[in-house]
Design a protein around this ligand. Structure first.
Ligand code: NAD
Length: 337
């Protein structure tokens, strides 16, 4: 049997524990070696629940003591960059949750650390693994809607709390869900961001962004319209229109659950979709996307191949978010170089 991948977890919170640990714990090719959280109770409970051999209060101790092949980082946004670089310096490959840093400058610092250490980072843009989005991407790439002209996308959350509502910690829906949305657009269109014009509402009490709308010009003369808000619930919809059809994926949700990602397509060039057609993905649980993204990352670490979602992808997303913030502040469009 080949050697198991020794994995450490930094950040035993909601995403790290409830979402990322279950698929890792059921992967026989992985050894859950150690976990770290500044909250001692969380670190201990996580170790007990998932069988991590050792819990740590200080992740630096964990990185110095354990011989880890790979590290999962799931921290508040303001803490992501430093932990990723520390893990790379310790010789580990890294899975970091989105958006990987507070801004593009932080993403570029991580890229520099990748070059220095020779270790690679993947970024948790999990929606690339949602079955509906995979179907959508495949049909677009196959030419089913012709040449892409426009994208319309919207994503929301319920009002964010704790660090997620603190501007200094990287809170607010633009980073929380706008990052996912922007990654989806860049991935679906395979285009480069060119210019952003943004509008933003800020929460009176905290100053954190409350809702953001921006237009995004992409290479190839593609125009995208993007909206995210923390007052609209679990909205998640993306529609791509081309000169030979259109395709749309939308989470059909019930209360706070996300049961399905429904895809609707109309095509003038693919006879199978010459009438608007709904495609229902096979697996109803959205958690399947996390299983797939972690399996893809683990395989890339074991095979020493390129990470499935790279830091360059994350850097481009953050360039767009930075530009939306700056444009909303100045009232002027912002060019992305
Ligand atoms: N991809 C997705 O679908 C998705 C969904 C939710 C959250 N996330 C991402 O996951 C990340 C974490 O979000 P969350 O909701 O789990 O937050 P959380 O607050 O629930 O968990 C963060 C944990 O980090 C710990 N922590 C904070 N600073 C630390 C430090 N310096 N060292 C060690 N531990 C520290 C906290 O005690 C907490 O347990 C964020 O990047 C977020 O955007 C992704």
């Amino acid at each position: 049997m080949t050697k198991q991948l020794r994995i450490g977890l930094i950040g035993c919170g909601l995403q790290g524990v409830d979402v990322l640990c279950p698929p890792l714990a059921s992967d026989a090719s992985v050894e859950l070696a150690a976990c770290a959280d500044v909250d001692e109770v969380r670190a201990k409970e996580t170790a007990e629940r998932f069988g991590f051999a050792r819990p740590y209060l200080d992740y630096d101790d964990m990185l110095a003591t354990e011989d880890l092949d790979a590290v999962v980082v799931a921290l508040p946004h303001a803490a992501l960059k430093t932990a990723v670089i520390d893990a790379l310096d310790a010789g580990a490959a890294v899975f970091v949750e989105k958006p990987a840093g507070l801004n593009q400058a932080e993403a570029e610092e991580i890229i520099a650390a990748e070059h220095l250490t020779g270790r690679r980072v993947t970024v948790g843009y999990c929606e690339r693994y949602a079955e509906g989005r995979v179907i959508m991407k495949r049909l677009i790439s196959a030419g089913a809607i012709g040449r892409i002209q426009t994208v319309s996308a919207s994503k929301g959350s319920w009002p964010l709390e704790g660090w997620r509502a603190d501007p200094d910690a990287g809170g607010g829906p633009l980073q929380w869900v706008g990052s996912h949305l922007t990654d989806q657009i860049l991935w679906m269109t395979d285009a480069q961001p060119v210019r952003v014009y943004g509008e933003m509402n800020r929460a009176v009490e905290t100053g954190v962004d409350d809702a953001t709308a921006f237009t995004l010009r992409l290479s190839g003369d593609i125009l995208a319209s993007v909206v995210c808000s923390q007052r609209v619930g679990a909205v998640d919809v993306i529609e791509v229109a081309g000169d030979a059809g259109r395709i749309r994926a939308e989470w059909e949700w019930n209360s706070h659950q996300v049961p399905r990602d429904i895809v609707t397509i109309f095509s003038e060039v693919d006879a199978a979709y010459s009438h608007p057609t709904t495609i229902e993905p096979g697996k109803p649980s959205p958690l399947a996307m996390y299983e797939r993204e972690l399996a893809a990352w683990v395989a890339s670490v074991k095979d020493d191949t390129d990470p499935p979602v790279t830091m360059h992808d994350a850097s481009r997303v953050l360039s767009v978010l930075d530009a939306a913030v700056e444009s909303a502040r100045t009232g002027l469009p912002v060019e992305i170089s």
